[in-house]
Structures are given as structure tokens and as C-alpha cells.
Design a protein around this ligand. Structure first.
Ligand SMILES: [Zn+2]
Length: 110
């Protein structure tokens, strides 16, 4: 399956470059994705492209939730466990109900 590249994602008015990097290894613990911020540049959401497609998609959803949380909370952010659980739940809902989710997120009303 051909990998779809999405160069920019917009989360509550903040733009992120979306990068797929093989074996990214952010930090000391093994990770499948992360947000990289540098005040002088557009922030980046980085996804490890050596993971399966399903893991990459769930990881992207996880990082999008972090980005949304950062933009909307104005202070204390949700714990990692909560973000992880929300991402798993949303991914499972979307994967099994894609047409319903398309309607939720952008379908036209009849
Ligand atoms: Zn996280």
C-alpha cells in the first residue's frame, strides 16, 4: 500500500509539519512518534515509518490529540495514559466505522 504523505496538519490554528522518519528513536525510550518543537520553526509531528501502517495511523492520532490538548488546555495537559487510551478508542471507532466517521467529520448534510 502506498503511504499517504500529509505535509501540514492544522490543529486549532497551529500548523504542524508531518514527517515520517524510519527508526526515529526520539529520546531514550522506544517510541513510535512525537512532537518536535523549536520556537524558530514550524513544529513537527514525527511518525516512525518503520512501524506497521496501523501503528503509524494510531500514533498519528495520538500525536494529534497531544497537539490539540496543548492548544486547548492552557496549562495542565492530559496524562500520557489518557491520551494513549483516547487514541486507541478513537482509532478503533474510526477503523471499524469509517463511513460514519466521515459523516461526523465532514459529511454533507442532506
Ligand atoms: Zn504521547
Amino acid at each position: 500500500m502506498k503511504k499517504k504523505k500529509i505535509p501540514i496538519v492544522r490543529i486549532l490554528g497551529v500548523e504542524y509539519e508531518l514527517l515520517f522518519v524510519e527508526g526515529m528513536g526520539l529520546g531514550e525510550e522506544s517510541t513510535t512518534g512525537g512532537i518536535v518543537e523549536d520556537n524558530t520553526k514550524t513544529p513537527k509531528i514525527v511518525i516512525d515509518s518503520s512501524q506497521s501502517g496501523a501503528v503509524q495511523r494510531e500514533t498519528l492520532l495520538h500525536e494529534l490529540l497531544h497537539a490539540s490538548d496543548r492548544a486547548s488546555c492552557g496549562g495542565k495537559q492530559l496524562p500520557e495514559k489518557v491520551i494513549d487510551r483516547l487514541a486507541r478508542m478513537l482509532y478503533a471507532i474510526g477503523r471499524d466505522n469509517l463511513s460514519t466517521m466521515l459523516w461526523v467529520f465532514g459529511g454533507e448534510d442532506e
